[in-house]
Design a protein. Sequence first.
Length: 285
Amino acid sequence: MTGIVVVGSLNADLVVRTERFPKPGETLQGSDLAILPGGKSANQAVAAGRLGGTVRMIGAVGDDGNGALLRDSVAAAGVDTTHVAVRQGTATGTAVITVDGAGENTIVISAGANGTLTPDDVPADAFDGAGVLGLCLEVSIDVVLAAARAARTAGVTVLTNLSPFGAVPSELLDLTDVLLLNEHEAAALGEHGVRRSVVTRGGDGCVVHDGDADPVSIDAVPVQAVDTTGCGDAFMGAVALRLAAGDSLVEAARFAIGVGAYAATKPGAQASYPTPSELEAFLRA
């Protein structure tokens, strides 16, 4: 079972670049507004799809231009969009993103059609042929739990990204096989009971915890960052891809480090994700 199912969000990213982030109450000049395909779940699906994975996306967009943009972008990566619903009279979800001169970003999301997704939108047959389910927290927790339960029933590995970070029911952690979170989220969560996890550390790489084995630290690939938007999603999609292919968690995380680094060298989220040949050339350079 090498397929990947991603359940969650699709957002139009409204991106403005500026030399530094504004202080509270301050107005700064920025670049022209760019509208780009995004959303954590859609990004993860596209990252895995562009790398050659067999990916199915479950989510919702509005009946507007942004919805069409997102469906087209996801489909162009080879992702099955059969279960991406189009909600009439509803706006597509959006993310308002500011990128500073160092490539760092701030993001505010508006759920839009993502907020209309329900457990009924997650059919049991969506997991046919799947090895991994990818989840994040940009849609209702009821949907996330329904997907995790269905995946567990189907014998599918549940890979959960605790982002955007917030309190989650213990059931979700019980259903999670592999937890992906950054070091700040890990500190806030504390003990969680998930035996397999990857803690990302930005420019310092990541740490893999795999059951009773000693933690393994993996160094980052050094790059000059252009835009870090969606790098974590690229990492998540790459982990899902390699776990579905049968890699160990350490092998999957090491591969994902390279994918995330590549994404940081390009502007935007989905547009910055590599194909296998692009990744190979990048890592060889």
